[in-house]
Design a protein around this ligand. Structure first.
Ligand SMILES: Nc1ncnc2c1ncn2[C@@H]1O[C@H](COP(=O)(O)OP(=O)(O)O)[C@@H](O)[C@H]1O
Ligand SMILES: [Mg+2]
Length: 372
């Protein structure tokens, strides 16, 4: 069979790419796997549709453009930005007919809605509603800790936690620039006004807050990476614990979080047996999440899951990232997992190219995507 051609769809302006360090690694992994891998953006498909301007590394490690045949499969790595370029990308995804390794996922609220329709998922999901005044009042009555998060947020931006205390409400958050915000309000009516102001410019969800302070005064959660392999099967590539900065409502690494291997973190707190059980729960959660979402949204290649492990050792799904970072493995010095985290999506794309999406489970998944 001819050498498979894999395109990586992303943002580009001149020779500036969205994630240059990751893409360098990805292109090198493609070479090692014996496939032709290039980067391209929506504007790089030539008018004929049969050729693409693709970018690869030259001998000096610089991005260099040249003309390639149409890719056999495409790994979509175009990440959300609030720009016109992103809107053009969304239109491109609707009209281009590549064999895509991954479909687009919806916003936090739609994802939650799809997951909670599957009863197997109920035990993993914190109570979540679309934010409005009525739902805030209802949720304040039901939980002593709440999180208010934007539907399209990433990286711990615009997130607010509200905690009921003996003499009022403690609000703690991260604004647009990820700067810390903190205030204490006595009256529930002040909370309503304050949160209405916080949520004015876009749509938000209000979510049951989890008690994740396994380390005093810090947010702790697990990042788990689940990916398709070269046979088209879901595999758990690895996981790590992120410990947030002091008195931060979020644990995101960008917000000052630190990465630690899961067993190193869990065993001193829960003992060997209970720790193994927690990890097993997280893995079960991950497989069920991947299957449920793929059944609804069509073919997917990987998910980075944010999993909360509360002070009682219970696992909760906090967020699903369809275009996740994999730096947590590098931070922990998990060299093998880091390598796999980079190469697996390419191996899956190569498998797709080889089977042309004709493998029975592939046919089922693409039919689902087409029917949406
Ligand atoms: N319901 C919740 N309970 C406790 N902590 C939460 C909750 N939701 C979010 N967090 C904290 O905030 C972080 C960021 O939230 P997340 O939903 O992952 O949004 P983002 O898209 O900004 O990463 C999480 O990793 C976690 O540390
Ligand atoms: Mg997150």
């Amino acid at each position: 069979m001819k050498r498979p051609i894999i395109g990586i769809l992303t943002w580009r302006e001149g020779k500036k790419f969205a994630e240059p360090a990751y893409f360098r690694r990805l292109l090198r992994a493609g070479q090692e796997l014996g496939s032709t891998v290039f980067l391209f953006s929506p504007k790089d498909v030539l008018a004929s549709g049969k050729q693409v301007r693709g970018y690869v590394l030259d001998a000096g490690g610089k991005f260099q453009g040249r003309i390639f045949d149409r890719p056999d499969a495409v790994f979509d790595r175009y990440r959300y930005t609030p720009t016109q370029a992103f809107k053009d990308y969304v239109a491109f995804r609707r009209t281009s007919h590549f064999l895509y390794a991954n479909n687009r996922l919806a916003n936090k609220w739609r994802v939650h809605d799809v997951l909670q329709r599957d009863t197997r998922m109920h035990r993993w999901l914190p109570e979540t509603w679309l934010y409005n005044r009525t739902n805030l009042v209802k949720m304040l009555g039901r939980h002593s800790l709440l999180y208010v998060k934007p539907l399209n947020g990433t990286g711990g931006r615009n997130i607010l936690s509200i905690e009921k205390t003996s003499d009022g409400y403690r609000l703690l958050g991260r604004d647009k620039q990820r700067a810390k915000v903190a205030t204490v309000l006595k009256q529930v009516s002040s909370v309503h006004r304050w949160v209405d102001r916080w949520t004015r410019s876009e749509k938000y969800i209000v979510q049951q807050g989890l008690r994740l302070q396994l380390v005093p005064a810090r947010a702790v959660d697990m990042r788990l990476l689940i990916q398709k392999d070269g046979q088209g099967d879901w595999r758990i590539t690895g996981h790590g614990i992120r410990v947030g900065g002091e008195r931060s409502a979020t644990s995101n690494l960008h917000g000052g979080g630190k990465a630690i291997p899961v067993t190193t973190f869990l065993q001193p707190r829960f003992g060997a047996e209970r720790s193994a059980q927690i990890v097993e729960d997280c893995e079960q959660l991950a497989f069920q999440t991947a299957e449920t979402l793929e059944n609804h949204f069509g073919r997917m290649v990987e998910f980075g899951l944010d999993i909360g492990i509360d002070v009682n050792g219970r696992a909760w799904l906090i967020e699903v990232n369809p275009k996740p970072a994999r730096e947590i493995f590098r931070e922990m010095g998990a060299v093998q997992q880091y390598k796999q985290a980079i190469s697996r999506p390419l191996e899956y794309a190569m498998y797709l190219a080889k089977t042309r999406g004709q493998d029975s489970r592939e046919t089922r998944l693409s039919a689902k995507a087409a029917n949406r």
